[in-house]
Design a protein around this ligand. Structure first.
Ligand code: HEC
Length: 162
């Protein structure tokens, strides 16, 4: 008998917890994202944006990366290249079809540049950065946006103390 009471008590507690969770979910009130789950998800996807958002971030990191290398702040350069690759990965989740054209960038240009960073070799970095930029442009050509041509940064615009 005591055992049955125990089982009943545990079941009751589980039911209370489950219903509390469900209530919390149904009680969630959105402000702008949508009226129902399907609508919310679609709106949030739209708000996150497509590959252009990835590229706006990539562009920022490209600039920071260059000046980090010029100033031989190798930790910062490594950080920027890592973050850029992480951001690209997220971009491929949004737009999987783009991943193929980025192969040469992800598998060759980026690791080659990372090697110069790890070696702390400024000369090699500058040389490799030109090829790195060309690799951005190769992908742009492959993805039908050849009019987006990256150049080697000329003016320091970074506000980070390097
Ligand atoms: C998948 C291959 C790919 C790679 C690699 C790539 N890009 Fe892009 N980039 C694109 C595409 C595609 C667009 C157009 C965005 C869109 O269609 O949504 C773009 C757009 C851009 C834009 C314009 C963004 C805007 O909307 O204002 C910039 C700037 C840019 N890329 C910089 C870079 C830089 C810098 C690199 C290298 C460090 C790079 N890209 C590497 C594919 C790539």
């Amino acid at each position: 008998m005591k055992r049955i009471v125990q089982i009943l008590f545990v079941s009751l507690m589980a039911a209370v917890v489950i219903s509390a969770c469900q209530t919390a979910e149904t009680r969630y009130e959105t402000r702008w994202a949508g009226e129902n789950l399907a609508e919310i998800l679609v709106n949030l996807e739209d708000q996150l944006g497509g590959f252009d958002q990835t590229m706006i971030e990539t562009n920022y990191r490209y600039n920071e990366l260059y000046w980090a290398g010029m100033d031989e702040n190798w930790d910062y350069a490594r950080y920027q290249l890592d973050e850029m690759l992480g951001s690209l990965e997220k971009g491929f989740v949004r737009r999987p079809a783009r991943e193929m054209s980025a192969g040469q960038f992800v598998n060759t240009a980026a690791p080659n540049l990372m090697q110069t960073i790890n070696e702390g070799n400024k000369e090699a970095f500058m040389d490799m950065f030109t090829r790195f930029a060309a690799s951005c442009n190769t992908c742009h050509a492959m993805e039908d946006v050849p009019f987006i041509q990256m150049i080697i940064p000329e003016k320091r615009t970074s506000l980070v103390k390097l």
